[in-house]
Design a protein around this ligand. Structure first.
Ligand code: SF4
Ligand code: SF4
Length: 509
């Protein structure tokens, strides 16, 4: 056991309050260049207070949900012990209601009658330097996972308030380095990693050779092939690191078996869209438009999204109005794309849905014994669980991934019911927090998920943690060892598929 490993309780404890235990300066701030790349001021502007209040005014008018959330909290306390960052850090400002109140108190001061004239009576506060510091610190201790919203009787979604606060901070010139640097790379190169096209092509060729070596079958990972049936848009982590890359191999094997032509795109080599994390519609749209352009240029009939939690939420919930994939936007390109895409299929579709449909129609064969060394459990990723659906059936986002796992594995066990599906705990690294400058927070925030996993390990012998989110996989790979787990126990769901799928071409040989 490593020295810095965290001892887990035998149940999820509500911690004693440890005031200001996570006070600090927050994650590294973006440089002038990083900010300017996204069209934000490079440094805090001189009249920052007025700019911030103006932006709050715009936000509450544009996104009515934010104003409703700010007006409707009745301080019932139901959310207080539902945030993994509060459970992991004991800092009361990480209680969802307290996090919201950082924004709400300023809203009250400037936008309500009582707050303007009797601020102390209604908890209204000024946006001064100290408050701004708290905003920066604590709104970067929210992974925008929406767990608190599930338990709030009014459905107040702290993630939307967190997004609004980050947007206000960006427009005054106080941005986060990690998210904004990555968004700059997508803008310039097309993916979060900043991986240039030649490197991407080399990687895909290497993977084809690896699959041929392992299976004897010519499974292709095509790129920029015009008139393919499917454009696959995947998180760029799938091109780069374990365990993500094994999931990509799984997608390729599934497409191979399906006989459906598919292609990746060098121009839109990223499904992730950190524009959502910073609450900026224009930045989020830019990422979506790269995918639209690729779909049009490659003349595909379908768009399928790989294993990435927030990417799927953006695709499922926002692509329609951002880009016209799925209907909604009405500009010429959106209309052209809507005519081009095949309306017999969901647009967009998740890779899990594609694989599930093939399984349902007996188009895939598995040797499940290949995964017999595994006792698998599944981590529901927040943005999939609480921000999307799959398969056009109620709770499809919970059912389909489990059915795909069960098709490929003999041993599947769910974690404790209070820690899965709509109650799932965040991995601790979502929402733009997957950066080493927040590693202490990430380790502490993972505690509730690690606790449930530990229970499953002890009670059922679970030794494999499957996920369908690039951020979750990266976060778990980094923090599992801190909780006395094997860091390699995390896998892509499509890795389980990949290991068990029977490639018929091999049988014919
Ligand atoms: S959205 Fe998630 S991280 Fe943010 S306050 Fe709610 S439970 Fe905590
Ligand atoms: S559960 Fe909802 S209404 Fe109750 S304190 Fe939390 S945010 Fe406010």
């Amino acid at each position: 056991m490593q020295n810095n490993q965290i001892k887990l309780p035998t149940y999820v404890e509500t911690p004693s309050i440890n005031k200001d235990s996570m006070a600090g300066e927050g994650p590294f701030k973006a440089t002038v260049e990083i900010q300017n790349n996204l069209g934000f001021p490079g440094e805090k502007v001189e009249n920052w207070h007025q700019v911030a209040i103006d932006k709050m005014s715009e936000t509450k008018s544009k996104y009515r949900s934010v104003q409703v959330f700010l007006d409707s909290c009745m301080k019932c306390g139901a959310c207080t012990d539902k945030c993994h960052y509060f459970l992991g850090t004991s800092d009361p400002k990480n209680m969802p209601v307290a996090r919201q109140d950082l924004f709400r108190s300023v809203y009250r001061r400037h936008f309500t009658f009582a707050g303007k004239y009797f601020p102390k009576l209604v908890g209204a506060k000024d946006l001064d330097e100290d408050m701004l510091d708290d905003w920066y610190n604590y709104f970067h201790q929210c992974s925008q996972c929406r767990r608190c919203a599930v338990f709030c009787p009014s459905g107040i979604d702290t993630s939307e308030i967190s997004m609004a606060a980050r947007e206000v901070m960006n427009v005054i010139g106080v941005g986060q380095k990690y998210t904004n640097q990555i968004l700059g790379k997508v803008k310039k190169i097309g993916n979060n990693l900043g991986m240039p096209e030649p490197a991407l092509r080399d990687t895909l060729l290497d993977l084809e050779e690896e699959i041929k070596y392992d299976t004897g079958v010519d499974v292709k990972l095509p790129i920029d092939i015009k008139n393919s049936e499917v454009l696959m848009v995947s998180p760029s982590a799938d091109f780069f690191a374990e365990p993500h890359i094994d999931g990509l191999i799984g997608y390729a094997k599934v497409f191979h078996e399906s006989g459906v032509s598919w292609t990746l795109s060098s121009y839109a080599s990223e499904a992730a869209n950190f524009g959502m994390f910073i609450g900026n519609y224009d930045v989020m749209r830019e990422g979506a438009l790269r995918i639209r352009k690729s779909a049009l240029d490659l003349n595909v009939k379908r768009v399928i999204v790989g294993e990435c939690g927030h990417a799927w939420r953006v695709a499922y919930s926002f692509w329609n109005t951002l880009s016209g994939i799925g209907g909604g936007a009405e500009d010429d390109y959106a209309l052209k794309l809507q005519n081009q895409l095949d309306s017999n299929y969901p647009q967009p579709q998740h890779m899990i849905e594609f694989t599930y449909d093939l399984i349902q129609n007996n188009k895939l064969s598995f040797d499940k014994s290949k995964n017999n060394h595994r006792v698998v459990t599944f981590h529901d990723s927040c943005n999939v669980a609480r921000g999307s659906n799959m398969g056009d059936i109620k709770n499809g986002q919970f059912i389909l991934p489990r059915e795909v796992i069960r098709a490929a594995c003999n041993n599947f066990i769910d974690m404790h019911k209070d820690s899965i599906k709509s109650s799932t705990f965040c991995c601790g690294g979502g929402g733009g927090l997957l950066t080493d400058d927040l590693i202490d927070l990430r380790i502490k925030g993972a505690k509730p998920r690690m606790h449930a996993l530990k229970q499953s390990e002890q009670e059922s012998g679970v030794n494999t943690l499957a996920a369908i989110c690039a951020i979750c996989k990266s976060q778990f790979s980094r923090v599992l060892a801190n909780y006395d787990f094997d860091p390699y126990m995390v896998v892509s769901v499509h890795q389980l598929v990949s290991d068990a799928i029977i490639l018929k071409e091999k049988l014919d040989q």
